[in-house]
Design a protein around this ligand. Structure first.
Ligand code: EAX
Length: 324
């Protein structure tokens, strides 16, 4: 009876091994930009790490280029639970979690290193908490990048050149207020509509990090780029709170660790894009103003800044500005 025993044992082993496969859960995650981008790298790394760390019990399926909707719609879907996860810029986030607005203030951060230190430090980690009462588990801050201006009309050398330009903005109240301060005619719009709007001339310009400009091929519909670096654009890994709460304690940690790994890959790609972006976009025909006088752009926002200080509290803004 040796053989049947062995067979049974083998069968049992086979069944045992297939059990986790049966218990596999697939979750959805989305981005509004193309897969070949700093955001694609983020969610693909996240998916790989989740699968690896949970021994394949959890799979994360990526949806790219706004195929599940723009960022606002995706965040809404995560809040409702019709989709488990999204990786989004903070563009539409203030409409869900107003506490996050302060991060979208122009010229708040000196550079990416400053922003990353704040987001990874006590201030940033505290700011993940208010998401919980709104139906989200915010797994980690990621990065969209430092935003620059593009348009089809003229070279922008100083803030005066922005006056009267019709520009698409994110659906973000802080950005809209600030860009009005530049004299821009602001047109908030979801990202998946931007390429066509630029192509058809519904708007003259838009502003985004080099990573996004390249991933979206905006050089095909925009002649001028100015490295205004007017605002740092954070991104965030959001998960439906119910879906997160259902995970075991160990799996919760796996998801958090996966997000951390993903953010590393995401930031590395942003750095890579920033390093090669200007040369690449020039080669594709864009005219680039590389070193505009940033202090002039900053000065143009003085009245708006007074308004922000009232709204957010000067001490709160300074706490971020002066963080080392
Ligand atoms: O998250 O809407 C935007 O301009 C964002 O920067 C873009 O979708 C990437």
């Amino acid at each position: 009876m040796k053989t049947p025993t062995r067979l049974l044992a083998a069968l049992g082993l086979a069944l045992g091994l297939s059990l986790p496969a049966l218990a596999q859960t697939t979750m959805k995650i989305s981005i509004s930009v193309a897969q070949n981008s700093h955001q694609g790298v983020a969610i693909d790394t996240f998916a790989r790490e989740v699968e690896k760390r949970t021994g394949g019990r959890y799979k994360v399926q990526g949806f790219y280029s706004g195929s599940l909707g723009g960022e606002r719609e995706s965040i809404e879907a995560v809040q409702l639970g019709t989709q488990e996860l999204t990786f989004s810029s903070t563009g539409p986030v203030p409409n869900f979690v107003p506490e996050a607005r302060i991060l979208d203030i122009p010229f708040l951060f000196r550079d990416k290193a400053h922003a990353r230190a704040v987001l990874d430090g006590a201030i940033g980690q505290d700011m993940l908490k208010p998401f919980e009462s709104k139906g989200f588990k915010a797994l980690a801050w990621g990065e969209n990048g430092v935003r620059h201006m593009t348009n089809s009309k003229r070279a922008v050398n100083s803030p005066d050149d922005l006056k009267g330009l019709k520009m698409r903005t994110m659906e973000n109240p802080v950005h809209v207020a600030a860009y009005k301060g530049f004299g821009i005619i602001t047109t908030p719009m979801a990202f998946p509509e931007v390429f066509t709007a630029l192509q058809q001339g519904t708007v003259d310009g838009q502003e985004n990090p080099l990573s996004v400009i390249m991933a979206a091929k905006f050089e095909q519909v925009q002649k001028h780029l100015t490295l205004t670096g007017h605002v740092y654009s954070p991104a965030i890994f959001l998960m439906n709170k119910g879906a997160f709460d259902k995970l075991s304690a160990a799996d919760k940690q796996h998801f958090l660790d996966a997000a951390k790994e993903a953010v590393k890959a995401n930031r590395a790609r942003v750095d890579e894009d920033d390093a090669k972006g200007v040369a690449e976009l020039r080669a594709k025909g864009m005219q680039v103003v590389e070193n505009p006088d940033k202090s002039k752009f900053q000065a143009a926002l003085t009245p708006v800044y007074a308004e922000f200080e009232k709204q957010f509290g000067k001490a709160n803004i300074d706490r971020i500005r002066n963080a080392r």
